[in-house]
Write a protein that binds this ligand. Structure first.
Ligand code: CP
Length: 303
């Protein structure tokens, strides 16, 4: 495989290979010397047309740990603002002899479009409301790390499913690894045809939490909502917010995840996000090893 555009077309065996490679890199990252020479003659461009903290820094750190040469591009402050197209922008970057492109873009399909027109390896770092493959890989890797295995686990994805690339990539990854998947949120934030993906659909958050082993709580994506938000944030947090009182009222413990950035007090309260049940910062830590694994495997360094 030359590109990582989404989880949809990955085999379970390919995901397992990424996990095993990430296990090795996680060991490396816990050593005093965290750098390996694997990508020494490889140049990677991180091309971000949309804001990011975790994904951008995590990819950059992964590339540097692998000894790649790294250049960073953000559309704000670039000649995109003068009207330069996506293809011209990327072709100009590639003219500087770049081997791999990590791209985030607000348009679904933007990395797929690029992959048909340029020669470099492309990694999708989030394309609009479509996919965010490395997020789903680090999420499922973190479930495996905390619970021992993804297969057989019941995972509920909570909240703004309609606008979430994290939800779609997680649904594909969880199903390929043998988990049962439920989505839970207000009907206005669930895609009409979500049931056709083979997931359970639940509108009642209490029932969803009673069912699951793991809850992946999503951010309400105000920037993607074209219409006035319904329900209001106050109503959302009242009916769907994950808080300590709600979790304490269940007669079991649930692993809590969130891809970040968090709207504290909206989809999740601080006493849950920062509790021992939360693996939110483990997800971020694992993101570096997962991205090292993806970069390493795509660069063709499989032994
Ligand atoms: N989870 C995630 O993609 O975060 P960023 O938008 O900060 O990269």
């Amino acid at each position: 495989t030359k590109h990582l555009l989404g989880i949809k077309n990955l085999d379970p065996e390919e995901i397992e290979l990424i996990f095993e490679t990430a296990d090795n890199f996680k060991d490396v990252l816990n050593r005093p010397i965290k750098k390996v020479p694997s990508l020494r003659d490889v140049t990677v461009a991180n091309v971000f047309f949309e804001n990011s903290t975790r994904t951008k820094l995590s990819f950059e750190l992964a590339e540097k740990r692998l000894s790649a040469d790294v250049i960073n591009f953000s559309s704000s402050g670039s000649s995109v603002k003068k009207g330069e197209t996506l293809l011209d922008t990327v072709n100009n970057i590639l003219a500087m002899k770049v081997d791999m492109v990590v791209m985030r873009h607000s348009s679904p399909g933007a990395p797929h479009f690029l992959s048909k027109h340029i020669d470099a390896n492309i990694i999708n770092a989030g394309d609009g409301t479509h996919e965010h493959p490395t997020q789903a890989l680090l999420d499922t890797f973190s479930i495996r790390e905390r619970t021992g295995d993804v297969a057989g686990k019941k995972v509920v994805i909570v909240g703004d499913i309609l606008h979430s690339r994290v939800a779609l990539s997680n649904i594909f990854a969880l199903q390929k690894l043998g988990a049962e998947v439920m989505v839970c949120g207000p009907a206005t934030l669930l895609p009409k045809h979500i049931g056709s993906l083979g997931v359970k659909v639940e509108l009642d958050i209490r029932k969803a939490l009673e069912w699951c082993d793991v809850a992946n709580v999503l951010r309400i994506q105000l920037e993607r909502q074209k219409m006035r938000y319904f329900p209001s944030l106050r109503e959302y947090s009242l009916y769907y917010g994950i808080n300590k009182q709600l979790l304490d009222s269940l007669d079991k413990e649930i692993v809590i995840m969130h891809p970040g950035p968090i709207n504290r007090g909206v989809e999740i309260t601080s006493d849950v996000a920062d509790s021992e049940h939360s693996i939110i910062l483990d997800q971020v830590e694992n993101g570096v090893a997962i991205r090292m694994a993806v970069l390493y495997l795509l660069a063709g360094n499989v032994e």
